[in-house]
Design a protein around this ligand. Structure first.
Ligand SMILES: *Cc1c(COP(=O)(O)O)cnc(C)c1O
Length: 376
C-alpha cells in the first residue's frame, strides 16, 4: 500500500525534501501547515466519524511525512512505547521474541513483563552476532532489532539479518530511533516494521511524546491501526502538530548534530580522562565496517567511559553548563546522563556517559565537556 497521491510530491525522493514538502493540505485557501485539529468526532457522511477509529488531519500530516520517508505507511501513537506495544500486540500467545542484549530499556521491560505473564518467551542476542540472528530468523515470531543500539552504539548487520529466511507469520522490526530514516531505511533492507520514537529526532525539541510505526505490508498496517483503535494509544493533536513542526527541520538538525558528534567523538577518544569512546563513525569502533556500509551518517549519540569511575562521571554530569544533565536524546539541546544509574541498567559500565549531541556550536560543546572532565 502506498501513500495517498500528492502530485506536488511526484518525483521527489530525497528524505530532506519530503520532510519539508509532505503532510500538507493542497486545497486553495488551506493553511500552509495542518493546524492542530482538536476534534474527537466529525459530522457523519464521510469515512471519518470518530478520531480514535479514523484518525484526524493533524495525525495524518505526521503519518504522511514519516510514511513517505521510508516509502511505506506510518501509524502515529501517543508515545514511542505505545507504538512498540502495538507491535508486540500482534503476537499470539506462546510466541518467541528475540531482542538485542543492548536495547532500549523500555522495550526490554515490555518484553519481560509479557514473559512473566506467560504470554511469550524472550531470548536476547548480541547485536553484532549476525550468525545467531540469522539462525533465530528460522523460528522466532518477532525479531526486534535496534541499530545503532542504546547505549553501546553497536551496529547490527541489518542487510544480512533482514534477508535471512523467516517464518511467513514472523515480524522483523527495527528500532530506527537513533539512526532515523535520514541515515537508514530498514524497510528497504527487508524489515517488516521500522519504528521511531518521534519524541527524539522527529520532534527534536524535548517538548512532546509520540511514536511512529512504518510498514509496507497492508495486513500489518491494518493490524497496527486496529490495535491503536482498541487500546486507544492515539497521539495528541498538539503533539502531532509539534512533531510535524519538528520534522520540517530534522535534516538540518541531524546534519549539524552528527557533524559535531564526529568531532567530539574524535576528541574524546584522545582525552586523558576518557578510557573508551563508542561512536560508530570512529575507525576503531568494533562495528565501524558495517556502519560504513549501512548508514548514511553515524548519528549524534556518543557514549564514553570516564577514567576515574562513576563518581567522576557523576561530577561531569553536574559540572557541564551548556550541556544539559538530562535523560532522553535527539533534541536541539545536548544532553548527558550516566546510564548505569537508571534502574535495570546496572549491567552497563558504571562510568559510561551517554551524550546526545545537539545543535549548539561544536567548540562551545567541546569547551564545556573538556572543562567538566578536567574538573571531575
Ligand atoms: C525513547 C526511545 C524509545 C521509546 O520512546 P518513547 O517516546 O519514550 O515512548 C524506544 N526506543 C528508543 C531507541 C528510544 O530512544
Amino acid at each position: 500500500m502506498t501513500q495517498s497521491s500528492d502530485p506536488h510530491l511526484d518525483g521527489i525522493s530525497s528524505v530532506e525534501s519530503l520532510l519539508v514538502a509532505a503532510g500538507r493540505d493542497r486545497r486553495p485557501g488551506s493553511p500552509l501547515n495542518r493546524p492542530p485539529v482538536l476534534a474527537s468526532n466529525f459530522i457523519l457522511g464521510t469515512d471519518r466519524a470518530y478520531a480514535r477509529d479514523d484518525g484526524t488531519p493533524t495525525w495524518e500530516a505526521l503519518e504522511d511525512i514519516v510514511g513517505r520517508l521510508e516509502a511505506g505507511r506510518a501509524t502515529a501513537f501517543s508515545s514511542g512505547m505505545a507504538g512498540v506495544a502495538a507491535v508486540f500486540d500482534q503476537l499470539r500467545a506462546g510466541s518467541q521474541i528475540v531482542l538485542p542484549e543492548d536495547c532500549y530499556q523500555g522495550v526490554a521491560g515490555l518484553a519481560e513483563s509479557g514473559r512473566q505473564k506467560g504470554l511469550w518467551s524472550v531470548r536476547r542476542l548480541a547485536v553484532d552476532d549476525t550468525e545467531a540472528w540469522i539462525r533465530a530468523c528460522a523460528d522466532a515470531d518477532l525479531l526486534w532489532l535496534e541499530s545503532p543500539s542504546n547505549p553501546l552504539l553497536v551496529v547490527a548487520d541489518l542487510r544480512a539479518i533482514c534477508s535471512a529466511a523467516r517464518k511467513p507469520s514472523a515480524l522483523l522490526a527495527v528500532d530506527n530511533t537513533f539512526a532515523t530514516a535520514l541515515n537508514q531505511r530498514p524497510l528497504d533492507l527487508g524489515a517488516d516494521i521500522s519504528f521511531q520514537s518521534a519524541t527524539k529526532y522527529i520532534g527534536g525539541h524535548s517538548d512532546l511524546l509520540a511514536g511512529v510505526v512504518t510498514v509496507r505490508r497492508d495486513d500489518v498496517h491494518a493490524a497496527l491501526r486496529h490495535s491503536r483503535e482498541l487500546h486507544g494509544a492515539t497521539p495528541g493533536a498538539l503533539e502531532s502538530f509539534l512533531a510535524v513542526r519538528g520534522a520540517r527541520t530534522m535534516a538540518l538538525r541531524l546534519e549539524r548534530a552528527q557533524a559535531s558528534a564526529m568531532q567530539l567523538a574524535q576528541r574524546l577518544s584522545a582525552h586523558p580522562e576518557v578510557t573508551c569512546t563508542r561512536y560508530p563513525g570512529l575507525r576503531d569502533h568494533p562495528t565501524h565496517a558495517v556502519a560504513r556500509a549501512q548508514l548514511k551518517g553515524y548519528g549524534a549519540i556518543i557514549s564514553f567511559d570516564v577514567r576515574r569511575g562513576a563518581t567522576a562521571a557523576d561530577a561531569v554530569c553536574s559540572g557541564v553548563r551548556l550541556i544539559q544533565h538530562a535523560t532522553s536524546l535527539g533534541a536541539v539541546e545536548s544532553t548527558i546522563e550516566r546510564r548505569a544509574k537508571i534502574p535495570g541498567q546496572g549491567h552497563l559500565p558504571p562510568s559510561l556517559l551517554r551524550l546526545s549531541v545537539g545543535i549548539e556550536h561544536v567548540e562551545d560543546l567541546w569547551a564545556d565537556l573538556d572543562a567538566a572532565l578536567r574538573r571531575a
